[in-house]
Design a protein around this ligand. Structure first.
Ligand code: SF4
Length: 319
């Protein structure tokens, strides 16, 4: 039996105790795929608030969003306040429930490097100043990060555990176009390699079951991500959330979601080929409310995880 390197195990080995990721969502951040810089409407599956319940706690700001060219940031004080409030409240909960002592602040919602470096420096250093914080994980897109930001993160990484999370989704440009991703696979490869050159940890996000993708394509995406040098992966099935472009395609009968069997079979194939130094942070995802339109099996994530664990065990892998 071989034990899979989950992200939890990786952090425990490194820090000698469990480290908890604390998700944060800040007002004023958006995404170039939503604000019209590269496209409008976002990825066809994106309904950011469904994916990130934390966003529901953020007061909606109309009329101002950050981007890489922003000259000023009138929301900075408010963002600092939100960062502190969310961190203190969520870390208190995990402290009480699990006795947590160490944390990674996870900038999760939207595109978290899509802002001027001055803003990022203030927010990241504030996050690192909280008690028990050992690092940052920053979710972003490869077309929304700059060399200057990577240089700054490299400085931070001398003292802290720094992760950059990039959406890869698929390495096929035809698929990226179908989901209105707004960037090419070449751009993803280029910036993952650059980020690695700065010595930073990279987590790649992959989606299985994208429109018209077969198993061979999913495994090619997995293999390429490994080849490009990711240190960790998050994999999940494509599911349909209401009020998205994908929901419209689904209702018109143009998109059929992946079955649970096919998803698990592809996931297991990938994990069997996962190099032992690459950790896995997510093996599925779902949404337990009525905004989920399909597939039904994504409604019960815990049940799927049980099946995944069993399927992996049959291959001699402990998850
Ligand atoms: S990159 Fe992320 S935030 Fe932007 S549209 Fe796509 S899923 Fe939504």
């Amino acid at each position: 039996m071989r034990e899979l390197l989950t992200f939890g195990r990786y952090l425990k080995r490194k820090f000698g105790e469990k480290v908890y990721k604390v998700p944060i969502a800040l007002s004023g951040f958006t995404c170039p795929n939503i604000d019209g810089s590269v496209a409008r409407g976002g990825c066809t599956f994106c309904e950011n608030e469904s994916f990130n319940p934390v966003l529901n706690r953020v007061e909606k700001i109309k009329g101002f969003t950050l981007n890489l060219q922003s000259k000023s940031n009138p929301l900075l004080d408010r963002q600092l306040h939100e960062l502190e409030t969310q961190f203190l409240s969520l870390s208190k909960k995990v402290k009480e429930r699990y006795g947590a002592e160490k944390f990674i602040v996870y900038f999760q919602a939207f595109t978290n490097t899509y802002a001027p470096l001055e803003t990022l420096k203030v927010l990241y250093s504030k996050a690192l100043s909280f008690d028990g914080v050992v690092g940052l994980s920053i979710g972003t897109r490869t077309d929304s990060i700059t060399i200057e930001t990577l240089q700054y993160l490299q400085e931070l990484s001398k003292e802290y555990e720094i992760w950059v999370e990039y959406g890869i989704q698929s390495v096929f440009n035809s698929t990226l176009q179908k989901i209105n991703r707004g960037h090419s696979s070449e751009n993803v490869e280029e910036w993952i390699r650059k980020t690695k050159e700065f010595g930073l940890n990279v987590c790649g996000h992959l989606i299985y079951g994208l429109p018209d993708e077969d198993s061979e394509m999913m495994q090619t995406t997995f293999q390429k991500a490994v080849e490009w040098g990711v240190d960790s992966l998050k994999i999940h099935p494509l599911y349909v959330v209401d009020k998205t472009a994908l929901a419209n395609s689904y209702r018109r009968g143009e998109f059929s979601p992946i079955s649970e069997e096919e998803y698990i079979s592809n996931l297991v194939t990938s994990l069997k080929n996962l190099p032992s130094n690459i950790s896995i942070q997510r093996v599925t995802a779902g949404i337990e409310n009525d905004t989920l339109l399909a597939p039904d099996w994504c409604y019960n994530k815990q049940e799927s995880i049980k099946k995944i664990r069993k399927a992996l065990r049959e291959e001699g892998i402990i998850y």
